[in-house]
Design a protein around this ligand. Sequence first.
Ligand SMILES: Nc1ncnc2c1ncn2[C@@H]1O[C@H](COP(=O)(O)OP(=O)(O)OP(=O)(O)O)[C@@H](O)[C@H]1O
Length: 356
Amino acid sequence: MPERMRLDGVGRRYGVRGPWVLREVDLDVPPRALLRVEGTNGSGKSTLLRLLAGIDRPSTGRITGRPRTAYVPERFPVALPFTAVGYLTHLGRIHGLPGPEAARSATEWLERFGAAGHARTPLAELSKGTSQKVAVAQALLAEPELLVLDEAWTGLDGGAREVLDRAVAERVADGGTVVFVDHDPQRLAGAADARYRVADGRLLPHEESGPAAGTTATAGPRVLIEAEGAPGSLPLTGAPQLPGGPEITPGPDGTTRLTVPAVHSDALLRALLTARPPWHIRSVTAVVRPGEALGTTALGADEAPGTTALRTDEAPGTTAVGADEAPDTLPAAARPHEAPGTRADDAPAPHEDSRP
Ligand SMILES: Nc1ncnc2c1ncn2[C@@H]1O[C@H](COP(=O)(O)OP(=O)(O)OP(=O)(O)O)[C@@H](O)[C@H]1O
């Protein structure tokens, strides 16, 4: 079993007489987890993320067990003599992908972010938004075990932000760790396994952190998947950890109902569809809570929670799930034939360790 990443008594100051930006930071970085870091401007979030990413070293304390890591910095250096696809292919090779696979992965990620038209544009000529897509793609194509995202959504258009949300959920579903900072408090709402706050140089567990306080259990949009196992499918209750840690309940006619934060729904669908034998997806439904208006379905605050059902065989209507994905209600990454980087055999790519 690989050593788990830990920070012990980590401190950082800039210059021997500079003030301590971070002090006595102890942090366990578990696999298969999404960690959010919050704090006011200048509190030291980026400093912490650079230490986690391994591109800066602590002034004191120890960091051990860092897995294969990729990082999206707050500011991406664009003045490099590469085209977008050339740069990503180069990075892919540095991460240990064979040349053709690096080129394929580079192209796939540009397509996934809607930036394929800029593949041959020099980095220096890219718009801010497109260069941010390249910044994010360079980290994702390595399929890192630890992905560190410093305001990575900033500058992305809505479609690309969703692609990144899904990619984050995929990394976690594949057993990775994602640590992120974002100014939008709704970013990946309800999906974070733990939240931390940097204040006065200390890293503190967020007071509302954890399922007990509702971040995982109740906050943020959620999706209900009704699935039917083929004969011989493992009972889901006995299955290894499923993406998003779904709540599992029996459904009608021998089906199984799984409810997860919306951001994990693609990864969960992928897990169900690529299981051997695969599960049959009966429906994918956006869960509507009291007081939430979803499209044309509005429930009063005093009404029982309900769902806006989207059957897979019906035309999608007005819900958050699949509303922009007509006519198929499965989110794009859940369709195996359309999920770049999804390998049916789940064989890990032959990366080399990129530790410095
Ligand atoms: N390379 C550096 N040299 C000197 N001081 C630095 C350096 N990087 C950060 N600092 C200082 O460390 C403190 C924390 O900065 P950091 O960028 O980590 O904060 P942050 O929480 O990410 O801020 P923001 O939300 O504004 O991005 C600030 O006082 C900043 O000026």
